[in-house]
Ligand binder design. Structure first.
Ligand code: GTP
Length: 344
């Protein structure tokens, strides 16, 4: 079994974070998200991984190399232009030897990949799509299936009142190699809009619904919620007891008179000064929160500084190496930092 992890998206909704870090490398509890995904694959016994990349690919290649340090084999295929979620699969066809898993590079889930592989072997068919139930399916792709799990329709982003079901595509797939024959070559193809309907027109494709934790990390609020869920023990990643008020890397410096938490994550080499307040926020590496500054509900990227007595309000994002001046007030939903891709 091989795995293809889609890592070529621009992550526009996470800007300015994704101007300095491609979305798959965004840290979750201090570790690049893609590293966690690769560990999950390895734990399931899958060590042959293909990474279709394209946006800031060097950051990914520099971190993982050929995969040997992880005991894995990683093959990179760099797209000159984005080929979309199915076009990217077609583009790596020459490296695919048999059945393969496909993982979106931005889904945090407790799904047991080994159990999914076993389910596919039991069911047969050309593939299996992991699905979950949600309260409101209107911003997702709905899956309609029979009692055996065989999919009959996909309905993209239905209005809540008209949604045919609350079962949604959860972004992890397992396919037989023939699926690649159904994807046109050389152009941008969306797996959700083009390939899934093409598959179910002629072949049996199954839905695999589980009750796992699941979060798409595409938006800043989702990224912050994922950290809150990990600290609360809803997503299994840390050791109990839960809830954990704040998570601080060993070499971060927190002044005794600072207030941390709830839901504060402080990265390597970061500093939180006297009387500063950090809650419901994630600080990446080398961040400085100066004396008296208040950060609530924000993401602060690598090397950024929040100046003395500044106040960063909810749902704000501060980009890499950006300085928020002393005394500044950043209103709810602020985006501050680079406006184009940077590399340092
Ligand atoms: P937004 O711009 O914020 O929508 O993010 P995105 O396009 O990076 O991610 P989206 O959620 O739309 O895509 C789901 C997954 O597919 C992510 O892991 C992306 O990295 C990946 N992806 C999206 N488009 C492409 C593409 O054209 N090529 C490759 N190789 N991967 C892609």
């Amino acid at each position: 079994m091989q795995a293809i992890v889609l890592v070529g998206g621009e992550g526009t909704r996470l800007r300015p974070l994704t101007y300095g870090t491609p979305k798959p490398m965004v840290p979750i509890m201090g570790v690049p998200f893609l590293a966690r995904t690769l560990h999950r694959l390895r734990d399931a016994g899958i060590t042959d991984v293909i990474l279709p990349a394209g946006y800031l690919p060097q950051a990914i290649v520099d971190y993982f190399g050929d995969g040997s340090q992880l005991g894995m084999k990683i093959t990179y295929v760099i797209e000159k232009v984005p080929l979309g979620t199915a076009g990217a699969l077609k583009n790596v066809e020459e490296h695919v030897t048999g059945s393969f898993l496909v993982l979106n590079g931005d889904i945090l889930t407790s799904l047991d990949l080994g159990a999914m592989v076993a389910e596919h072997r039991r069911k047969g068919g050309i593939g299996l799509i992991h699905s979950i139930r949600v309260d409101d399916p209107s911003s997702f792709g709905c899956i309609v299936c029979d009692s055996d799990g065989c999919i009959s329709a996909f309905v993209e982003k239905p209005p809540k009142a008209n949604a045919p079901t609350n079962v949604i595509n959860a972004g992890t797939y397992l396919f037989e190699r023939e699926v690649l024959d159904l994807i046109p070559a050389g152009r941008n193809v969306s797996i959700e809009r083009e390939t899934f309907p093409a598959i179910i027109a002629s072949r049996r494709l199954y839905s695999y619904t589980t009750d796992d934790y699941w979060m798409d990390l595409g938006r800043p609020d989702e990224y912050l919620q994922a950290h809150a869920d990990i600290l609360a023990g809803r997503m299994p990643m840390l050791q109990p007891p839960f809830p954990i008020r704040s998570y601080v890397e060993a070499d971060a410096t927190i002044d005794p008179a600072a207030q941390l938490g709830p839901n504060a994550v402080v990265g390597t080499g970061s500093t939180v000064g006297p009387r500063a307040v950090v809650r419901d926020s994630v600080l990446w590496d080398g961040v400085t929160i100066e004396e008296g500054a208040v950060v609530e509900g924000a993401i602060i990227a690598t090397g950024a500084t929040v100046g003395r007595d500044a106040h960063v309000h909810e749902d704000s994002v501060i980009g890499h190496y950006t300085a928020v001046p002393a005394g500044a007030v950043l209103e709810k939903g602020s985006r501050v930092g680079a406006t184009a891709p940077i590399s340092r």
